[in-house]
Write a protein that binds this ligand. Structure first.
Ligand code: DGY
Length: 319
């Protein structure tokens, strides 16, 4: 039996991260196909000192209670940590860490991809080719909305929001934002104290805030009514921020012209009614999915683990 400290992960990690973990620890990679129940998770983590988890793993009170006492740290391979019961972790004397900062650019790129995909009807264009219905250039075929000169409202002006603002400005958009307080990193963007004040001015609304008890279902029918008719809604943050019933109704009525969604409530499940709507451009939670970013996230998770297991303060603690 190995005498090395065991580090378990619920998922496969980027190659460079697995190599680094294997050179220091007895590394136990996870199973990408498995939905870990508390029992399966506890079995997988048996004897381990650290556990690396991902946003789709539900690390609730029951899962935390079932973990072996050897676990000292739950290192999330994500910035968001709404999938972890933080109070239960505190109660169990577990450290929880995350990976902020390094995914701002990758996620902002995907937000722009969604803005363009939704506004320029990319899904319908692709389907037109697939269906064999394309008869060549037509002046009125699949015309979308030009984003140049349009107003983008950003909800949550943290690192990702600021990176989206910079890109949108380069596309000639005017950027408005709502945040708890005016952000330092928001040159030439207009601050609004409330969503109610900002949303009527947004041709495109993009969400960049964490999912918490307060923000769950934030974008509901009442809020969607504040948008101008024909606005576009973008979500690269968390699916639970949006009331799906309300958004689907607004997409059907044309109140919201199009949506670009990378995240869904209850992932990997998602509301399959979105698939029937031509004006919705969907991706499967790819915001941070570049080799560079995912590797950087993994390296941060490892640095957090190394610190905790050697009795030091981790660089990115949640608790
Ligand atoms: C995160 O880090 O929370 C992201 O959703 C992963 O892309």
């Amino acid at each position: 039996m190995s005498s090395k400290t065991i580090v378990a992960a619920t998922r496969r990690l980027p190659a460079a991260c697995e190599a680094r973990l294997s050179s220091h620890y007895d590394f136990r990679p996870g199973d990408d196909e498995l939905a870990y129940t508390p029992r399966l998770l506890a079995d997988h983590a048996a004897g381990a000192s650290a556990l690396i988890v991902s946003p789709c793993d539900r690390i609730d009170r029951e899962a935390i209670a079932a973990l072996p006492a050897s676990i000292k740290i739950i290192a999330s391979f994500s910035v968001g940590f709404e999938h972890i019961d933080i109070d239960a972790a505190k109660g169990g004397n577990l450290r929880v860490t995350n990976t902020p900062g390094v995914l701002n650019d990758a996620t902002a790129d995907i937000a722009l991809l969604l803005i363009l995909g939704a506004s320029r009807r990319a899904l319908e264009g692709r389907r037109c080719l697939e269906d064999g219905g394309w008869q060549g250039f037509r002046p009125t075929l699949l015309v979308g909305t030009q984003i140049t000169g349009k107003r983008l409202g950003i909800v949550g002006m943290g690192g990702i929001g600021a990176a989206v603002a910079k890109r949108a400005q380069a596309f000639g958009m005017t950027v408005l934002y709502h945040n708890r307080k005016p952000a330092q990193d928001a040159a030439d963007c207009r601050f609004f104290n409330s969503l109610e004040e900002m949303m009527p001015h947004c041709d495109v609304l993009s969400l960049h805030l964490p999912l918490t008890n307060e923000t769950q279902g934030l974008i509901d029918a009442d809020k969607l009514a504040w948008l101008p008719a024909g606005a576009i809604l973008i979500n690269t943050a968390r699916g639970g921020l949006i009331d799906d019933d309300a958004l689907i109704a607004a997409l059907k009525s044309g109140k919201v012209a199009a949506a670009g969604l990378d995240v869904f409530a209850g992932e990997p499940k998602f509301d399959r009614r979105y698939l029937d709507l031509p004006n919705v451009f969907l991706l499967p939670h790819l915001g941070s999915a570049t080799v560079e970013t995912r590797t950087a996230m993994g390296m941060i998770a490892i640095t957090n683990i190394n610190a905790v297991l050697s009795g030091k303060e981790p660089p990115y603690p949640v608790v």
